[in-house]
Ligand binder design. Structure first.
Ligand SMILES: Nc1nc2c(ncn2[C@@H]2O[C@H](COP(=O)(O)OP(=O)(O)O)[C@@H](O)[C@H]2O)c(=O)[nH]1
Ligand SMILES: [Mg+2]
Length: 441
């Protein structure tokens, strides 16, 4: 990639800060360094320098760091200028770099180059963005594990095992008379089973990793006054929604992102559902239904003293086709013990906080989540679907009547897995992935 053009961007977030970084990568870095610093700096050594304008006057001073390719983030020559973190001064520095032949970097372009130059694979590149975007500490830790290659390693192990099995199967295709004996002797079926169960474990972890990244979307619904807003406040540990004993208090859908057992959870509190002539309340209820359509789960609240009444029955019937978990609230009044009932409903008090851990437990159980283990990595929906596709190919392979079909199914499984790490990934998908990065990364 020695001929790659030179890109530059402000790598630090917009706004005021102690330090601001301009990053430059590409074949023109050495010349650019001469222009902006007056002379070259030693690779991998922090040098305090003036950053010079066209007339040679310092615009700023700071630390210059030069990484000579291929020993850099992108694999190309990279220069990092750490100046003062002001928008104007950084803007001037960036402009100077453009004047010296660089062009503005696209979002994620530095990381894209790191991928194209084989410094990291695609799943690792994605985890860079996921680390930056992590909304919980657990998600950040999982993203870091993916960046270190934890996820990629497990994919590679699967691919290696598949290649070995494919070689075995394809070798038999040349000797059709002996093929069945040959495959049996070498326990091809046993090898396939081993790969399938290993794939299932990775798929399971990837599902959880994907939820760690995107979070789960939950809507609080129920009749007015059952304590939906109180539950939102309790979950977030803040007075986000107005709570009164007047039915119909909440009208707008109130959104809050929080963390339950390390999983990001996006909760929407909604207007209570009932017959009403009030036009504002009606709009609120329409918003409630709209929010439900987009959620993974409805937490349907009811008063634990009353249980579900006829009205609740009608509302539950009318809800969109989504999983529902019933939450019986106000157990401080009814005296019902906190916990999870046999039917999966949860008994708690939003007011006193009693029983709240059971709600977290129920959510984990509902989404088949485990406690986040030491090896948990971050993943994306596209990884999960590639793994599912590979699992389907292997299920077909298991049922294949002839070695030719078996060989083809194994090949397809390998292709699906390789899309995760980026060996067989179409360009438009790459463009789509990197365009979601921030500029300067
Ligand atoms: N005793 C008790 N009161 C509650 C509890 N949760 C909510 N409330 C009260 O019920 C009333 C309605 O609560 P609110 O959260 O506004 O209900 P919403 O209409 O469903 O949002 C308020 O007076 C709350 O203080 C609870 O767990 N126990
Ligand atoms: Mg409310």
């Amino acid at each position: 990639m020695a001929s790659a053009d030179t890109i530059a961007a402000i790598a630090t977030a917009p706004g005021r800060g102690g330090v601001g970084v301009v990053r430059i990568s590409g074949s023109g870095v050495r010349d650019l360094m001469q222009g902006v610093l007056g002379k070259s700096v030693e690779p991998r050594t922090a040098s305090l320098r003036g950053f010079l304008d066209r007339e040679g006057r310092p615009m700023d001073s700071g630390i210059a760091l030069y990484f000579q390719g291929p020993h850099s983030y992108t694999g190309e020559d990279v220069l990092e200028l750490q100046g003062h973190g002001g928008q104007v001064v950084l803007g001037m520095l960036l402009e100077r770099c453009l004047e010296l032949g660089a062009r503005l970097a696209e979002p994620g372009e530095f990381t894209q180059r790191a991928f194209l130059n084989d410094k990291i694979d695609l799943a690792q590149a994605e985890s860079v963005a996921d680390l930056i975007d992590a909304s919980t500490r657990s998600a950040a830790r999982c993203a870091m594990r993916s960046l270190q290659g934890e996820f990629s390693k497990r994919i590679r192990e699967l691919v290696d095992a598949l290649i070995e099995l494919r070689m075995l199967v394809e070798a038999t295709l040349d000797f059709p008379e002996e093929e069945i004996d040959f495959l049996e002797e070498r326990d091809a079926a046993g090898k396939l089973q081993a790969i399938r169960s290993r794939l299932d474990r990775v798929l399971d972890a990837a599902c959880q990793g994907s939820l760690m990244r995107s979070g789960i979307h939950v809507v609080l619904a129920g009749q007015p006054n059952v304590g939906k807003s109180s539950l939102l406040n309790r979950l977030s540990g803040d007075e986000i929604a107005i709570v009164t004993d007047i039915p119909g208090t909440t009208r707008d859908a109130i959104r809050q992102s929080l963390e339950i057992e390390g999983i990001p959870v996006h909760v929407v509190d909604t207007a209570g559902l009932r017959e009403s002539e009030d036009p504002v309340e009606k709009m609120g209820m329409a918003k409630a239904r709209e929010a439900m359509e987009k959620s993974d789960l409805i937490l349907y609240l009811a008063d634990s003293a009353k249980g579900l009444d006829i009205e609740d029955g009608k509302i539950l019937q009318s809800l969109p086709e989504l999983p529902v978990v019933i939450v019986y609230n106000k157990i401080d009044l009814s005296g019902e013990p906190p916990g999870i009932r046999k039917d999966g409903s949860v008994c708690l008090s939003a007011k006193s906080g009693e029983g709240m851990p059971f709600l977290g437990k129920r959510l984990l159980e509902f989404f088949s989540l485990h406690e986040i283990g030491e090896n948990q990595f971050i993943a994306r929906a596209r990884h999960v679907s590639a793994l599912r596709e590979a699992a389907e190919c292997l299920a077909r392979a298991d049922a294949a009547a002839q070695p030719e079909m078996l060989a083809e199914d194994l090949r397809q499984a390998q292709t699906a897995l390789s899309r995760i790490t980026g060996e067989f990934t179409p360009d438009d998908l790459l463009g789509e992935i990197f365009s979601r990065f921030c500029i300067g990364k």
